[in-house]
Design a protein around this ligand. Structure first.
Ligand SMILES: Nc1nc2c(ncn2[C@@H]2O[C@@H]3COP(=O)(O)O[C@H]4[C@@H](O)[C@H](n5cnc6c(=O)[nH]c(N)nc65)O[C@@H]4COP(=O)(O)O[C@H]3[C@H]2O)c(=O)[nH]1
Length: 471
């Protein structure tokens, strides 16, 4: 490829007599320009169009809809647990997973659609030419979603091992009523959040109801940020009983007394606090309040041997200064370290288990105990369980609830008890609501018991009385 420039050679009259053509070869310049343009619009890892390219495509798709009937859709796809793959198997494997996902998505794409690497483990599909009837368009989108789920859940072969991944999908539909690309993406993101919340590996289509929920959540988070300063976070305590029916200790359970909504359940606000990191300062406050309360009870002769169990979220445990923070609180409040139990959940298996083990070990050296909570409900890994330096295993209340009626729950409870015994762990059963459940758990070798049968979680003022009368 070349470009030519003509230079006139003037005669004596001052008019051009001849022309000299100067030709320059600009092939490589053009190639470089094309390459730069391609790179600016494509993702380097997967080769897919990138966010910038998407903005152009989406604008085009939206403006096309102004003159034609039918729907289009923005589909936001996120790989569940991608972060764990990256953390546990390394970034090389994570990159390989993204490349293979890109290939798989491209292979099932219709000619009229575009797939984009949106960033991280998120991909966007722009679907054009969906039906004008919303119900039919929704059906089409769900069918496409089902093929994506089928394609992406086929096990990946990565770094010599098989890996199963599931996608969560959020969708926003659009038609001739003009919508901004940013707004559509926000809607798809709200739908994606709902898909994750519904248990992952789901497809959710945006609706105004989801938007209301997102707003409600955002307002709750805003309030939660201030709850700590406004003393709205308090602790209730639930007794833990031994086989002689004596109170061995209590578990601290967080309560949020919201000025408008009243008592907000931790099941509602703890996950929110985990998402945005608020759990870290809140968790420290919980530990401080629980240890202060225990110190107060330990001054009383009757409750000297009382133990305190405190829930610790995986995000707290992952903080680099977690060990120092716990030691500091124990020292400041003056409790016996051996009377403190930290309750962790199986979700630590999803992250860097080795670093968690190191932290647990250094706190156990101080005398602090560890308990694995909600056992059997999540990502139980028997290999890790063997390595985990813990003292107690808690049987989740969902099994306890069913042990008398459901043979498989009873079988799982028996297996958990046998497993705990073989690992020399003490077993705590939680969620006991009647005497038959208690008798079954006693007969099957549980060591400690917790549940409404003995007491609901109570405000310390009410609990002290209970402790005194039972002791
Ligand atoms: N149906 C039934 N339920 C019973 C019974 N006995 C106890 N419970 C409830 O079961 C939950 C036990 O706590 P968890 O498994 O640690 O589950 C806790 C824990 O995962 C989390 N949570 C609570 N406080 C904290 C905290 O301070 N930090 C962190 N990270 N999580 C917390 O919130 C979850 C829910 O707490 P709560 O609503 O207080 O719910 C508590 C308790 O009130 C019973 O006999 N029947």
């Amino acid at each position: 490829m070349g470009s030519s420039t003509l230079v006139p050679v003037l005669g004596q009259s001052g008019k051009p007599e001849r022309y000299i053509a100067i030709r320059a070869d600009i092939t490589s310049k053009k190639k470089t320009e094309a390459k730069n343009e391609y790179m600016a619009l494509h993702d380097a890892l997967t080769g897919l169009p990138n966010r910038r390219f998407m903005a152009e495509k989406l604008n085009l798709a939206i403006s096309r809809k102004e003159n034609e009937s039918g729907h289009g859709a923005v589909m936001l796809i996120d790989l569940d647990n991608f972060k764990e793959v990256n953390d546990m198997l390394g970034h090389g494997v994570g990159d390989e997973l993204l490349m293979q996902t890109a290939t798989r998505l491209s292979s099932i794409l219709r000619k009229t659609d575009t797939v984009v690497r949106f960033g991280g483990d998120e991909f966007v599909l722009i679907l054009n030419h969906l039906d004008a009837e919303r119900d039919v368009a929704v059906k089409d989108v769900k069918n496409i979603g089902t093929s994506i789920q089928a394609e992406l859940t086929v096990p990946y072969l990565l770094g010599g091992q098989q890996l199963e991944v599931t996608p969560s999908i959020g969708v926003a539909l659009f038609n001739s009523e003009k919508d901004e690309p940013e707004n559509l993406l926000k809607k798809a993101d709200i739908a994606l959040y709902a898909a994750k919340e519904a248990g992952r590996n789901q497809l959710t289509i945006f609706s105004p109801l989801l938007q209301d929920k997102a707003l409600e959540r955002a307002l709750l988070v805003q309030d939660l940020r201030q709850a700590q300063d406004k003393d709205e976070l308090i602790l209730f305590y639930q007794p833990i009983i031994d086989s002689e029916k004596r109170i061995k200790g209590v578990e601290a359970l967080l309560r949020w007394v919201h000025p408008i909504h009243g008592m907000v359940s931790p099941e509602k606000f703890i996950p929110l606090a985990e998402e945005n990191g608020l759990i870290v300062p809140i968790g420290e406050l919980v530990l401080e309040m629980a240890c202060k309360q225990l110190a107060k009870w330990q001054h009383d002769d009757i409750q000297k041997t009382l133990t305190m169990a405190v829930n610790i979220s995986v995000r707290q445990l992952n903080q680099p200064n977690f060990v120092e923070m716990v030691k500091r609180v124990v020292a400041r409040t003056g409790i016996h370290a051996s009377s403190l139990t930290l309750e962790i959940t199986e979700s630590i298996f999803q992250r860097d288990v080795n670093s968690a083990i190191t932290k647990i070990n250094s706190l156990r050296e101080e005398g602090i105990k560890f308990s694995l909570d909600d056992f059997g409900t999540g990502y139980s890994s028997l290999t890790y369980l063997k390595q985990l330096p813990i003292d107690y295993l808690k049987i989740d209340k969902s099994f306890v609830n069913d042990i008398l009626e459901d043979k498989s729950s009873a079988a799982i409870a028996v297996a958990i008890i046998a497993l705990a015994k073989s690992l020399e762990l003490k077993i705590v059963a939680e969620g006991i609501e009647d005497h038959q459940q208690l008798d079954w758990l006693l007969a099957n070798g549980c060591d400690f018991f917790q549940g409404y049968l003995f007491s609901r979680p109570l405000h310390p003022n009410n609990l002290q009385l209970t402790l005194e009368t039972k002791a």
